[in-house]
Design a protein around this ligand. Structure first.
Ligand SMILES: *[C@@H]1O[C@H](CO)[C@@H](O)[C@H](O)[C@H]1NC(C)=O
Ligand SMILES: *[C@@H]1O[C@H](CO)[C@@H](O)[C@H](O)[C@H]1NC(C)=O
Ligand SMILES: *[C@@H]1O[C@H](CO)[C@@H](O)[C@H](O)[C@H]1NC(C)=O
Ligand SMILES: *[C@@H]1O[C@H](CO)[C@@H](O)[C@H](O)[C@H]1NC(C)=O
Length: 675
C-alpha cells in the first residue's frame, strides 16, 4: 500500500520537526564556523597594526587635536589661599603735592592750593622739551625756556623746573601734554564715530589670570559684568610662554615663531604687521602706552621701534620719568617702579589715557594700554589696580566714552614665576588669562547676532589670535554674520563676533601644545621608574639646548621630581589611525597583560646646581602591543618626545646674566655665579 503522506499542513509533523532540527543544528554549526572566522579576522585586524605599515606617523601624540574641554577653575581653590595675602598699599603721597598740572585743554597751570600749602611767594620757572632720539632707548632734553603759567607748551613731553625767591630748586618734574599734536593735517584725518564705526579701547594688565582677576579686581569685575554687561571669556587661553609671544598674535595675528629668532632680537619691530599699520587706522587717533620701560613688551630683550609706532606713544614720557629725578620741595631721588613723585605710575598712565580719550571724544580712537607693574612683580599687588580701574570705568561711562567704544580688558598670561605659580592650580591659572569685552548698546541693537554669538563664545576656547581677528573686524567695519569655519588642524583666526565651534581644539586656536590646558590630567607617582626616565630625558634635553653655551653655563642634573600629571593616550591621539590601544580582551588572550602607560606627561622637577624648578612635558609612546616586528615601521619602542621648551617656574634673578637668549636664560647657571 502506497503510503500517502498526510497533506502538508501549516503545523509540521513530528518527523518533519526532527529533520528541521537536524538541519538547523547543521546550519547553526556552519553559522558558528562563519562567526568564528569573522571573529578571527576581526581579531587579526584588531591586533595587526596595518595602518602603520602604510604610513609612518609623525612623532608625538596629537592631543592638541582633541576638542577642548574648558575648565571652569575655582578662584577660591584651597591651594591658593596661602598665597593670597593682602598687598601692601602703594604709598606715593608722602612725596608731597605737585606744584603744577596739565589740564584737559593742555594748559600747564599752577596748583594754587599746593603753592599756598608750601607758602611759596614767588617762583621762577623754565621748561625743557623732551624728545625721542632715533630709537626707543634714548631721549634728549632741550634748552630751558622761561615761561609764566598758565601756558600751552607745544610739545608732548617736557620737564618743568622752578626756583623759589631764594633761588632754591623747589620743583623738577616731567609732564605730558596729550592735547598737542604736531600735524593739523593728521588731526583732520581722524573721523567721527558712528553706528558703523567704533573705537577700540584695550586696557591690558600683565600677569592677570581670570581667576586672579576675580580674586583681586572684584569691584571692576562686578562693574564690568553687572553694570556694563561685559562678556567674560572663560576659555581664553595663552598661546605661548610670556608676554611677547602672546602680544604678537594679539596685535599682529601672526605667530612670533614666524620671525627669525636672532633677527627679532636685534631688529627694530617696525616691519611687523601691527594692527595700527592697517590702512583704516589713518581714520583713528592711536595710542600705545606701556609702563616699565625696562621690561615693556617690545623692548625687553628686543629693540623696540625705530619710529614712533602710533600717534600717542607713551614711551618718551615713561623714559623721561624714569631717567630724570624729580624734586617736589626736596629732591626725591630716582623714581622706583611704583611712584613717580607723589603719583603711582599706574595712575599717571591712566590719566594720560583719560586725556587722550577726552581730546578725541566722539572720534575714532584706538588705544592700547598695557600696565606691567601692577600684576607682574608680586602675586597680590594686582589688588592695587582695582580701585583705579573701577573709577576709570565709571568715568568712561559718565563721560560718554562707552557710547561707541568696544572696550577690551585683558591679560597675556597669569602669574608666572614663583609662589602660587608653582602649584598645579597656579599653573593652570597661568594658562588662562582674563579676557572681558564690553560692547556698546548701539552695536548690539544694530547687529543683534553679535551679542548672541559673543554670549555663546564665552564658553568656547579662544586665543589672542581671535582677539586680533575681532579688532580687525572692528576697524574694517565687518559686522555681518559670517559662516562658522570648520575646525582645522591648523590655526584658524575666529572673530568673537562669529560662532566659534564647540569642537575647537588647541591646534585650531593656535595654542602651543605645551600650554593647552584642555584635558583632565591624572596624578601619577613620582617614584615610578618610568617617571624618573622621563625626568632624566627632560634634563638631558635642557643640557642639549645649552650645548652652544657650554663655556659659560653649567651642565645641569636632575635633583628630584615633585609632581607628575599624565593625560593618557586615547584612540585618535595618534596622527594616523588608532593603532595603539590599551590591551583589550584579545590582546590579553594573546598574553599581553601590560597596561599601556602611553600618554602626555607633565613633570615638575628640580635641577641642580641652579635649584631650577622646571615644568617639562614629554609624550611617551610605549608600543607595548605591536611587537618588534612592527616597531621598525612605526618608530622606536618606548619613545619619548619633549614637547615645547621646558619652563622654569621659580625666579632665576641674574643666574643667567651671561647669555641673552630669552628661552635659555631660564636654565643657564653662569659659571661666575658662586655655588
Ligand atoms: C593740588 O594740590 C592739592 C593739595 O594742596 C592736592 O590735593 C591736589 O590733588 C592737587 N591737584 C592737582 C591737579 O595736582
Ligand atoms: C553718550 O550717550 C548719551 C546717551 O545717549 C548722550 O547723552 C551723550 O551725549 C553721549 N556722549 C557722547 C560723548 O557721545
Ligand atoms: C627637591 O629639591 C628641592 C630643591 O633643593 C627641595 O626644596 C625640595 O624639598 C625637594 N623635594 C623633594 C620631594 O625631595
Ligand atoms: C649678579 O651676579 C653678579 C656676578 O656673580 C653678582 O656680582 C651680583 O651681585 C649679582 N646681582 C644680583 C642683583 O644678584
Amino acid at each position: 500500500m502506497k503510503k500517502s503522506y498526510p497533506a502538508p499542513s501549516k503545523a509540521p509533523g513530528f518527523q518533519q520537526v526532527q529533520r528541521m532540527f537536524i538541519f538547523n543544528r547543521l546550519h547553526n554549526f556552519r553559522k558558528c564556523i562563519m562567526l568564528c572566522v569573522i571573529l578571527l579576522i576581526a581579531m587579526v585586524i584588531y591586533t595587526f597594526p596595518y595602518k602603520s605599515l602604510i604610513k609612518i606617523r609623525e612623532p608625538g601624540l596629537a592631543i592638541q587635536y582633541r576638542p577642548c574641554k574648558i575648565h571652569d577653575l575655582d578662584p577660591w581653590d584651597k591651594v591658593m589661599a596661602y598665597y593670597l595675602k593682602d598687598p601692601p598699599p602703594a604709598y606715593c603721597e608722602k612725596a608731597g603735592n605737585s606744584l603744577m598740572f596739565v589740564d584737559d585743554n593742555g594748559m600747564l597751570r599752577y596748583n594754587d592750593s599746593a603753592i599756598k600749602l608750601y607758602s611759596l611767594t614767588s617762583l621762577t620757572c623754565v621748561y625743557h622739551v623732551i624728545t625721542r632720539k632715533t630709537d626707543d632707548f634714548s631721549i634728549s632734553v632741550g634748552a630751558a625756556v622761561e615761561f609764566i603759567p598758565p601756558v600751552f607748551i607745544e610739545a608732548r613731553v617736557f620737564k618743568v623746573v622752578c626756583h623759589d625767591s631764594s633761588s632754591v630748586k623747589v620743583y623738577d618734574f616731567v609732564h605730558a601734554n596729550v592735547v598737542w599734536i604736531e600735524s593739523v593735517e593728521r588731526q583732520k584725518e581722524i573721523k567721527r564715530e558712528s553706528d558703523n564705526e567704533y573705537s577700540i579701547i584695550y586696557f591690558g594688565l600683565d600677569s592677570a589670570s581670570r581667576s586672579h582677576a576675580i580674586r583681586k579686581l572684584p569691584k571692576s569685575i562686578k562693574y564690568l559684568t553687572e553694570t556694563l554687561g561685559a562678556y567674560d571669556f572663560k576659555g581664553f587661553m595663552k598661546v605661548a610662554l610670556n608676554s611677547f609671544p602672546n602680544m604678537i598674535p594679539l596685535l599682529t595675528g601672526t605667530q612670533d615663531s614666524g620671525y627669525h629668532k636672532e633677527n627679532i632680537l636685534k631688529m627694530h619691530l617696525d616691519g611687523i604687521p601691527f594692527i595700527w599699520k592697517e590702512p583704516e587706522m589713518t581714520s583713528y587717533a592711536s595710542l600705545y602706552a606701556e609702563d616699565r620701560p625696562d621690561i615693556s613688551t617690545f623692548n625687553y630683550l628686543h629693540s623696540g621701534f625705530r619710529d614712533s609706532p602710533v600717534d600717542y606713544y607713551f614711551r618718551v614720557f615713561a623714559l623721561g620719568m624714569h631717567t630724570i629725578e624729580p624734586t617736589i620741595m626736596k629732591p626725591l631721588g630716582k623714581s622706583d617702579w611704583w611712584c613717580y613723585g607723589n603719583k603711582h605710575h599706574y595712575l599717571v598712565q591712566i590719566d594720560y589715557l583719560k586725556q587722550f580719550l577726552t581730546k578725541y571724544s566722539g572720534r575714532k580712537r584706538f588705544a592700547f594700554f598695557w600696565n606691567n607693574q601692577i600684576g607682574h612683580e608680586t602675586f597680590t599687588s594686582l589688588g592695587n589696580g582695582d580701585q583705579p580701574l573701577y573709577e576709570f570705568l565709571q568715568w568712561m561711562k559718565s563721560q560718554g566714552h562707552l557710547n561707541r567704544s568696544i572696550v577690551i580688558i585683558g591679560s597675556d598670561h597669569g602669574f608666572r614665576l614663583g609662589g602660587a605659580s608653582t602649584t598645579y592650580t597656579g599653573r593652570l591659572e597661568n594658562n588662562m588669562p582674563m579676557m572681558m569685552v564690553y560692547l556698546p548698546d548701539s552695536l548690539k541693537k544694530k547687529f543683534p547676532w553679535i551679542p548672541e554669538n559673543m554670549k555663546q563664545n564665552t564658553d568656547k576656547l579662544i586665543s589672542p589670535f581671535d582677539i586680533y581677528a575681532t579688532m580687525l573686524d572692528i576697524i574694517k567695519g565687518n559686522y555681518e554674520e559670517t559662516l562658522c569655519k570648520e575646525v582645522s588642524r591648523e590655526l584658524t583666526h575666529r572673530s568673537l563676533f562669529g560662532k566659534i565651534p564647540k569642537s575647537r581644539s588647541c591646534a585650531d586656536a593656535g595654542i602651543g601644545e605645551q600650554y593647552c590646558s584642555c584635558y583632565d590630567a591624572q596624578t601619577a607617582s613620582v617614584s615610578n621608574p618610568l617617571v624618573h626616565k622621563i625626568g632624566a630625558k627632560i634634563v638631558s634635553h635642557i643640557n642639549a639646548m645649552l650645548s652652544n653655551h657650554k663655556s659659560v653655563c653649567r651642565t645641569l642634573e636632575l635633583k628630584n621630581i615633585t609632581e607628575v600629571k599624565v593625560i593618557y593616550a586615547a584612540e585618535g591621539d595618534w596622527d594616523n589611525e588608532p593603532i595603539h590601544r590599551k590591551p583589550g580582551f584579545f590582546k590579553r588572550l594573546l598574553g599581553d597583560t601590560e597596561t599601556d602607560e602611553s600618554g602626555r606627561y607633565t613633570l615638575m622637577l628640580y635641577t641642580s646646581p641652579n635649584e631650577g624648578l622646571i615644568e617639562g612635558m614629554v609624550d611617551y609612546e610605549k608600543k607595548a602591543t605591536t611587537g618588534e616586528k612592527y616597531t621598525k615601521t612605526i618608530g622606536e619602542k618606548n619613545k619619548m618626545t619633549v614637547i615645547g621648551n621646558p619652563v622654569r617656574s621659580n625666579r632665576y634673578g641674574n643666574q643667567s646674566h651671561c647669555i641673552d637668549d630669552p628661552t635659555l636664560r631660564q636654565y643657564c647657571l653662569c659659571f661666575d655665579i658662586p655655588l
